[in-house]
Design a binder for this molecule. Structure first.
Ligand code: NI
Length: 177
């Protein structure tokens, strides 16, 4: 168990396409998941993708506790998702504020599909197949984007809605990572 350093925007690995996980239920994979969970919790993140800790694998974790960074959001079950595919169920999108542990201190307004189905596997190789909406759908899209080398600032439509937390939300107590 360990809290690992997080790569920040500008690191080339964050822009790479991650490799599929080939073997499930291995000691190495379980250690990696445990370390990612420690790291996500230490930073109060809503999710974390393996490339953010320098591992180019199609592995993301998210949910499981009420993040003080997103106090109004619904709770999402703790999920370990490998080799994911996303399927939007329609063209509906909405805008929401996002942050990222790889872009500390900032927030941006990002359009995301509001309803989607996602499929993949957990660390034991068990199938995950869920239809979700709203914040859950947003978090999955943000995390899976990391596996395609996409960071949320690349999704912002109006760059005036991107900035430093203390400037966007003066006087509010929001964690800066
Ligand atoms: Ni992120």
């Amino acid at each position: 168990m360990a809290v690992l350093p997080i790569l920040k925007m500008g690191a080339p690995l964050l822009l790479q396409i991650a490799q599929p996980v080939q073997q499930f239920d291995t000691p190495e994979l379980h250690t990696l998941v445990a370390d990612m969970l420690d790291t996500m919790k230490a930073h109060n993140g809503a999710g974390l993708a393996a490339p953010q800790i320098g591992i180019s694998l199609q592995l993301v974790i998210f949910g499981g506790f009420k993040s003080p960074r997103y106090p109004d959001a619904e709770e999402i079950p703790f999920t370990v998702l490998l080799n994911p595919t996303l399927l939007p169920l329609n063209d509906n999108t909405n805008n929401g504020w996002e942050g990222c542990l790889s872009v500390p201190g900032m927030r941006g307004l990002v359009p995301r599909y509001t309803q989607l189905r996602y499929q993949g596997f957990d660390q034991y190789g068990r199938v995950i197949d869920r239809t979700v909406s709203d914040f859950h759908a947003r978090v999955v899209q943000h995390e899976v984007d990391h596996l395609d080398g996409i960071l949320y600032p690349m999704r912002i439509k109006d760059m005036r809605q991107f900035g430093f937390i203390e400037s966007l939300f003066p006087g509010q107590q929001i964690s800066d990572d």
